[in-house]
Design a protein around this ligand. Sequence first.
Ligand code: SRM
Ligand code: SF4
Length: 558
Amino acid sequence: MSTDKPLSAVEHIKGASRFLRGTIEGSLADPVTGAVTEEDRQLLKFHGIYQQDDRDIRHERAEQKLEPDYIFMVRIRLPGGILTPAQWLAVDGIAQRYAGGSVRLTTRQSIQLHYVPKRNVKDAMRAIGEAGLSTIAACGDVSRNVVVTPLPEQSALHRIAYDKALEVVEALTPKTGAYREIWRGAPAGEPGENEEPLYGPVYLPRKFKVGFVVPPLNDIDIFAQDLGFIAITRSKQIVGYNVAVGGGLGMTHGDPKTYPRLATTIAFCTPEQVVAVAEHIVGIQRDHGDRSDRSHARFKYTVDDRGVDWIKAELDRRLGVVLEPPKPFELTHTGDRLGWIEGEDGRMHLTLFVPSGRVVDRDGQRFRSGINAIARVHEGEFRVTANQNLIVAGVAKEKVAEIDRIVAEHGLDFYASLKPLRRNAMSCVAFPTCGLAMAESERYLPEFLAKLEPILEKHGLGDEDILLRITGCPNGCARPYLAEIALVGRAPGRYALFLGGGLTGERLNELYAPNLGEAEILATLDQLLGDYAKDRKPGEPFGDFLHRTGVVGAAATA
Ligand code: SRM
Ligand code: SF4
């Protein structure tokens, strides 16, 4: 371990947990409270479950001297975002029966079910298992859901990258028997001496995120990952992967020791080396990450504290070979391309826009009913994108008209007329379920868009690709620090304004103003967008313009 400082409280909880067993069963069965013990709250995360409370009624309940309205969020991990139509319908049924009714697609291609009362947690988990799905390691200090570019048109390359990602998933999934015992009814056993050959008894110092991308798309934001594999292709084959390390976005307002960081591309490895690279990078973080201070425990800080050269040398040493330098590659854009795309195998793929990933029936747009109706006739698979959208993948050409009819009947064909600002925008969950939210995000995005769109139109920019992301706090769940415009929550109705990210996910934005209300944000953007409309070069993106004109970047601080 890298430090002599005292271990953080969570390290003690993990160490005493007997490989994540804790007293979870007892906590869930305790009828006196809707909550679990603090130790079990921490351990449940490794099982994909967060204890939350409904923040809309927190104060009211406190005034009535009631405990908070405890609820649980269950995160189903889906490597590469893939699930079958039958699994989709099963998840919808679980959301209706045991949770608050809505399915939430996430920025890591997973599915979250909110509002699960404690009494329903076991039933929900059993039903998830019966659907052939799992929640293990969807949260916690382990490798999280592995994201893979969904890449509909290049079906062969997608399959190769996806299969490789599944090998990594297999290698990095915790092996503890606790999950099977608690949720799948396996006989309770005494923990083995070495149930976690890779992680060991205290797992990683912090969460760890792995992604696979196939250039030129960067629809998973590869440089936000702790460990990124960038496919290098030659004549429709993946000849290997560049290895990028140390990405991560979380920070704390006003604390310069915490910061977003883009992953650094350090090497090239062959397809056969990928799993070993993943295991050894995880091993480096396990052995050298900071276990005393959780705000300094992500791999990005290990990379910066030790230096990129040290990480590369340590990786080579553990592998027993010197990896080659990275190969050239080019990324052209982030985000999803909505609508139909034909794959090289002749199959059709429809990317549906799902605002903030929330699958509900609302007004004229009936996402839940519409996607369920598609699932009943669809013979391919669904892919959740890392931008909270859903791909109906692998549709036979003769089925396209039928899917289109269902889409139109449920009011989901509006994607075709969306302006780029709305199409690209992302928000995190925030209130009322996220315990860390400082300001609204998902519930505020539509309102903010309705105010920003007329400003864009006024300046003749309605059809420009502008990338906006909003989060309710600086943790960065909607990857705001990669956007051209980002609102990062500070307090109810107040946001830090970050500007100047790029459209390919290769440049972080910068803090422009630390604490603004809506009127100030709109006035600032009105001014800057007006300047952009007047003075931009042909084809120049907004973020690039802000850098060139010194609004942000080196010129701004010089
Ligand atoms: Fe996140 C914590 C939601 C992607 C950085 N994130 C949380 C929690 C669990 C709050 C908590 O700890 O109590 C949020 C639950 C809210 C709720 O009510 O549902 C939450 N994060 C989300 C999701 C659902 C956002 C969304 O709107 O889709 C995403 C679920 C991903 C998944 O399926 O696994 C989500 N979170 C991300 C990402 C983006 C990514 O991974 O590509 C990031 C930034 C990348 C990174 O990790 O650096 C991210 N979440 C965080 C952090 C800050 C970590 C840090 O290094 O400081 C936290 C807080 C923490 O870990 O202490 C956090
Ligand atoms: Fe919650 Fe903050 Fe993540 Fe938004 S960014 S979901 S407010 S932790």
